[in-house]
Design a protein around this ligand. Structure first.
Ligand SMILES: [Ca+2]
Length: 328
């Protein structure tokens, strides 16, 4: 018979002791993590252990993180994220919430269509915000996933340290992605701590249930990462017969446009030749695609490091903006 009594409580009952021996921890490294959270926040160790004791390692989470969509080439990635349905739902969402979106856009100096595109790509406008318990996800990846254990352990620590009014629900019932990201914008705990905002001023940050909080938090994330109001995101580049091969380690703009032109990549429209750009070459449906990418593209990659992600968000945003401009 499977006992419902947590393992630690069972041990304590058996042993009749109140000190918690290191070997009694439910997850490897739990005691040390709890000590750090207690040290840094003064939170109660019993309550923290109770939360962690009932969190479960889930093999499905370890499986899910091993097959990210970003491993696909652009020609297969784009059709997953830039679909007619996602565009049309985004246009409808924009029209329905136009006043709120445009107010937030003015306040944070970020175009509303990019805010809409983010919640569209992340969760289909809130419809798929995740089905995993956030605690299970971060316990699984923070304690049982060596390739990125340090990162996820840190996110778990931040989650345990977040004030209750930043969570939009009780910690032990919150759900999110397999990676522990929450809400319509899929914020990791450190992003909730650093960038989420209480836009509706009710004293809580709720990225699950408050549309103003959800949308303004995405806008604030972009603003704090250096979005340039009115600046370009990505523009097609036309290679000449023998363009210089270029490898970029991330999409930080690092060359003046005229340098890339000298290397064999021409813009399709007039742009400031001194403007700093980077270059992406992607495997598109009709062969190689080249893109000049700018500071705002780099900002989108702060949300998700993949250039495919950033280009999908950009193209979805453009399609939504075009549709939303037309009369409903
Ligand atoms: Ca709020």
């Amino acid at each position: 018979m499977k006992s419902l009594v947590p393992f630690r409580a069972f041990l304590l009952t058996c042993l009749g002791v109140f000190a918690i021996p290191a070997w009694a921890e439910t997850h490897p490294g739990q005691d040390q993590l709890v000590r750090e959270v207690v040290r840094d926040t003064g939170k109660d160790s019993k309550a923290l252990n109770a939360l962690l004791d009932q969190a479960k390692k889930q093999q499905s989470i370890l499986d899910a993180i091993s097959r990210p969509a970003e491993a696909k080439p652009w020609k297969d990635y784009r059709p997953i994220f830039v679909t007619d349905k996602r565009v049309n739902d985004g246009i409808a969402f924009y029209r329905q919430h136009r006043a709120l979106l445009e107010k937030i856009g003015r306040e944070y100096h970020v175009p509303p269509e990019y805010i809409v595109a983010i919640v569209g790509v992340e969760t289909m406008y809130g419809k798929n915000a995740g089905k995993y318990k956030v605690l299970d996800a971060l316990v699984t990846l923070g304690f049982y996933y060596p390739p990125r254990q340090a990162f996820f352990r840190d996110q778990l620590k931040v989650l345990l340290e977040l004030p209750q009014n930043h969570l939009g629900g009780n910690l032990d019932t919150l759900v999110g992605s397999y990676a522990g990201a929450q809400g319509w914008g899929q914020f990791m705990p450190s992003s909730i701590r650093d960038f989420a905002v209480d836009e509706d001023h009710d004293g809580r940050i709720d990225l699950h249930g408050s549309l103003p909080d959800i949308l303004a938090s995405v806008a604030n994330y972009f603003a704090q990462h250096g979005w340039v109001e009115g600046g370009p995101v990505a523009e097609p580049a036309q290679p000449d017969a023998r363009p210089k091969p270029i490898t970029v380690k991330d999409s930080t703009p690092q060359w003046p446009l005229e340098q890339l032109e000298a290397w064999g990549y021409a813009p399709l429209k007039a742009m400031n030749p001194g403007q700093l750009v980077s270059l992406q070459s992607l495997d598109g449906p009709h062969g190689k695609e080249y893109w000049f990418t700018f500071q705002n593209f780099y900002v989108i990659t702060r949300y998700n490091r993949s250039p495919l992600y950033a280009l999908a968000v950009h193209q979805l945003a453009q399609a939504i903006a075009e549709g939303a401009r037309k009369t409903p």
